[in-house]
Design a protein around this ligand. Structure first.
Ligand code: DC
Length: 245
């Protein structure tokens, strides 16, 4: 990825939503994109797709990080909306739909590890910026407000207690009819990924200074979405009024 590609200026209105796993980021971002008519970009899916491909090719990227960087630079990752499918937002790697393979606990942990390789982050940075420059976009991830779009028009940082996040994850697994691990095991997985994501040297998970922190522990999805929607609409209004002057 060349530095020229990385230097794309932001256009339109960009919303950045960051936070650790299990805080409701994906559900909130999907709903907000629908109600606001924004393009939803799930940046975690990019790291997940990469981790899945590396595992499928039996690449030991901890021993050979350069292999992960090579793949990140060469693979063609894209999102396509297919409303007849669930989820409708699909991710394709070199033309193949990999959506169904990227949500396993193994891929989650590998995605977290592959995302700590600086060359991998650099390779995916330009892509995320290009995807976000579509006009009105809402991006979810770990470093959107700090690194990918530090000049985003609205920034949020979602949090929730580890207990609450583990409860939600177990409910999701049960609803999907999957074998659920114990509550303690899920809590352990969440805490391990938090630790890895927030202590890595490059673009660690952290709240941007100007991000609005939303603790979703005691809030319903509807409550979170409506408070964030109101805040984004207010900012869009301010931007429009600014332009009229
Ligand atoms: O949001 P998620 O759980 O699908 O993300 C999977 C992993 O990818 C996460 O553990 C950290 C990494 N990630 C990242 O480093 N930066 C992002 N912008 C998005 C995800």
């Amino acid at each position: 990825m060349s530095s020229i590609e990385v230097a794309i200026p932001k256009q339109g209105f960009v919303v950045a939503i960051d936070g650790p796993a299990g805080t409701g980021k994906s559900s909130v971002t999907r709903r907000l994109a629908d109600v606001l008519g924004f393009t939803h970009i799930d940046t975690g899916a990019l790291y997940r797709a990469l981790a899945y491909l590396l595992a499928r090719q039996h690449v030991d990227f901890e021993a050979h990080p350069e292999e992960a960087v090579k793949l990140a630079r060469s693979v063609h990752l894209e999102f396509k909306r297919q409303p007849e499918k669930n989820p409708a937002n699909r991710i394709f790697a070199d033309g193949k739909d990999v959506t169904e393979h990227i949500r396993t606990p193994e891929v989650s942990m590998k995605a977290s590890r592959v995302s700590s390789i600086p060359g991998v982050r650099a390779a995916l940075l330009g892509l995320q910026r290009r995807l976000g420059c579509v006009g009105r976009a809402i991006l979810e991830g770990r470093d959107i407000g700090t690194v990918v779009f530090p000049d985003a028009d609205a920034k949020f940082f979602l949090t929730a207690s580890v207990d609450e996040r583990a409860k939600r994850r177990l409910a999701e697994l049960e609803a999907a009819g999957k074998d659920a691990p114990s509550f303690e095991e899920v809590k352990h997985q969440i805490a391990a990924r938090d630790q890895a994501d927030s202590t890595r040297a490059t673009a660690p998970l952290k709240k941007a200074e100007d991000a609005v922190e939303v603790d979703t522990s005691e809030m319903t999805l509807d409550e979170v979405v409506s408070s964030m929607e109101a805040s984004i609409r207010a900012r869009i209004g301010l931007q429009l009024r600014g332009k009229k002057k």
